[in-house]
Design a protein. Sequence first.
Length: 96
Amino acid sequence: MSIDIEIGSSLSNEDAAHFAAKTEVITTAMQRVRQAHAAYSWAWTDEIRCRGCNASLDIPLLASTHANADKAFQAHQAAELDALLAARGISPADES
């Protein structure tokens, strides 16, 4: 995943430095999450497990497809990223 944002000339040097620092922290956190939670394995027809933390992730029984498992795992990674950023005092939705 890459973040492509064009910084306009109206951004002050201080704001640009703050933006760059926050972007670096988020990018590093994303890399850590992807390394620690890199893959999943099927446990049952309605359950996958994160190979990194062994978390059990439920998949609806009648919708247990790889696409739904991928979505559940991506949601797990996003939650782990949010938790990691929150521990550092950063909210992904924070615009300050």
